[in-house]
Design a protein around this ligand. Structure first.
Ligand SMILES: NC(=O)c1ccc[n+]([C@@H]2O[C@H](COP(=O)([O-])OP(=O)(O)OC[C@H]3O[C@@H](n4cnc5c(N)ncnc54)[C@H](O)[C@@H]3O)[C@@H](O)[C@H]2O)c1
Length: 314
């Protein structure tokens, strides 16, 4: 199967592609290699994939419809996994227009081309952030998500809505996966697992936002990859599916886990809660279990152990 994956040099994209190539798929990767975080990290991610004959890389911006069109015409992908996005919550408050251009307009470009090329299945990376500060836990796909609390969350919700419109109008098969705080080897340097590990290992202070009682449903990358691949294969109609771990971890506990795994004590710099941050993320994963056979298997202790091993080597 020829699959076009956007955001191929990113954290989740590079892992998904490794797994797709390993089982024999042919991958067309698209990424603009922007400097949202150190571009050397993205190039290193690409190095893992580049030497494979079943991987073709295109350095392209998903805001450029003409450029994308050429790639679709040349490669004729059968399926699309659309992961490229501006991904941070806090930076989206600083640059909302950029987030709208990439996450909304960019997604629309891919939907248009997928429609024109009669792509068999389209998988879209949405986010747990669409649930906002909802009090009802765990979060279910049927919950009201009309109250995003950051531009990032609003753009992801907009992406889901556009996906629905394309499914409705053109009968396209589209699955929107709501990822919950993904971590693991090659993890993003702007996210807490990476930032905290780096600081603790280097005896630098970590910034703790709020009283440490906030919770995140940290989900290990290998579990996410299995969910994404199941969604690629499932070819459902239009579905929104949570991919989380279903075991939220308190920030204080998360810091303790890193201390245990690294054998070093955290130096804590106390900060107030940040605008746009939610109190808890907690995925109900029954729908993922039912439709995708999804079953996350990695505990936070095990996952952070693997992350720290990778971090130490890199
Ligand atoms: N990591 C998480 O915890 C998490 C949680 C929820 C949702 N998501 C979503 O999953 C997807 C992948 O996230 P990730 O953690 O791998 O992020 P990432 O930043 O590592 O990867 C995204 C990739 O997209 C590329 N990209 C960004 N804008 C682009 C553009 N205009 N044109 C072409 N390429 C562009 C970037 O260069 C990057 O390599 C994103 O859509 C993100 O919003 C991630």
């Amino acid at each position: 199967m020829k699959i076009l994956v956007t955001g191929c040099a990113g954290f989740i994209g590079s892992h998904v592609i490794e797994a797709l190539i390993a089982r024999g798929d042919s991958i067309v990767g698209v990424d603009e290699l922007n400097d949202y975080y150190d571009v050397r990290i993205k190039k290193k991610n690409l190095d893992v994939l580049k030497n494979n004959k079943n991987f073709a890389f295109y350095k392209e911006d998903i805001r450029n419809l003409k450029g994308l069109k050429k790639i679709f015409e040349k490669e004729k992908p059968e399926k699309v996994v659309h992961l490229a996005a501006r991904a941070g919550v806090r930076p989206s408050i600083e640059q909302p227009l950029l987030y709208e251009e990439v996450n909304v307009k960019g997604t629309l470009h891919l939907l248009e081309l997928a429609k024109e090329h009669k792509v068999k299945n389209f998988v879209f990376a949405s986010s747990s952030s669409v649930y906002g500060n909802q009090k009802k836990i765990p979060f279910s796909e049927t919950d009201d998500v009309n109250n995003p609390i950051s531009p990032y969350a609003a753009t992801k919700k907009a992406g889901e809505l556009l996906c629905h419109a394309y499914h409705h109008l053109y009968n396209m098969k589209i699955t929107c996966l709501r990822f919950f705080t993904v971590y693991g080897p090659r993890g993003r340097p702007d996210m807490a697992p990476y930032k905290f590990t780096k600081a603790i290992m280097n005896s630098q202070p970590i910034q703790k936002f709020g009283d440490g009682k906030t919770k995140r449903d940290y989900t290990y990358i290998a579990d996410i990859v299995k969910g994404v691949i199941a969604a690629v294969d499932a070819e459902l109609g239009y579905e929104i599916i949570n991919l989380g771990n279903n075991k939220p971890v308190e920030l204080n506990k998360f810091i303790e886990v890193i201390e245990k795994v690294t054998g070093k004590k955290a130096i804590i710099e106390q900060k107030p809660m940040q605008a746009g941050d939610v109190d808890i993320t907690y995925a109900n994963i029954r729908k993922a279990q039912k439709l995708l056979g999804y079953k996350p298997e990695t505990s936070i202790e095990e996952g952070m152990q693997k992350f720290v091993e990778w971090f130490s080597k890199n």
